[in-house]
Design a protein around this ligand. Structure first.
Ligand SMILES: [Cu+2]
Length: 190
């Protein structure tokens, strides 16, 4: 019984951070708002460092976050870090994409113990797993950005944004990019 009570409390605290706790829909301070942008879509054509197209990422705004649908090929098999970067450019090389979308300098790493609801790196995503034939299809859902407007940093802001795929996995802990290494894929979100 004790553990059940504890579980309920934890759930309540987590809900507080995300939307409010036990609110009636009127008085809550909503952390995530799409602000009318629900259904708004964007697309990124992903290119390799040599400029060749290797896939696409679709973005669709929901009421509580953004769904990403990834379809890529030509990558090395295994886990790859994949992040949302702050500048909408992949040329002259992928450094043009800048660092992560992280305006408040939140903690990188989904499993970093320093991380809290109010200090998160907005560019973070789980890893992308590439099959032995070099292809990957995946969906991700993030509550840390919006496509446009709303309460979180916008993908389609003035200087745009990019999706960047790294050579190595993100360890979800190390600053600033989880040790994910070189950038092997880049797509301007538009
Ligand atoms: Cu990155």
């Amino acid at each position: 019984m004790k553990s059940i009570t504890h579980a309920v409390m934890v759930g309540c605290i987590m809900t507080l951070a995300a939307v409010s706790c036990g609110g009636d829909g009127e008085d809550e301070s909503v952390a995530y708002s799409a602000d009318g942008g629900e259904g708004v879509q964007a697309t990124a054509v992903v290119i390799a460092p040599d400029g060749s197209e290797i896939g696409t990422v679709q973005f669709e705004q929901g009421t509580t976050g953004v769904l990403l649908t990834v379809e890529v090929s030509g990558l090395s098999p295994g886990a790859h870090g994949i992040h949302l970067h702050a500048v909408g450019a992949c040329t002259p090389d992928f450094t043009a994409a800048g660092g992560h979308i992280n305006p408040d300098e939140g903690v990188h790493g989904l499993l970093n113990l320093e991380r809290a609801a109010d200090n998160q790196d907005n560019g973070d995503l789980p890893n992308l797993y590439v099959a032995s034939d070099g292809t990957a299809r995946a969906e991700f859902f993030t509550t840390l950005v919006t496509v446009a407007g709303g309460s979180m940093p916008e993908l389609l802001d003035d200087d745009g944004s990019t999706i960047v795929i790294h050579e190595n996995p993100d360890d979800h802990e190390t600053q600033p990019i989880g040790g994910a290494g070189d950038r092997v894929g880049c797509g301007v979100i538009q």
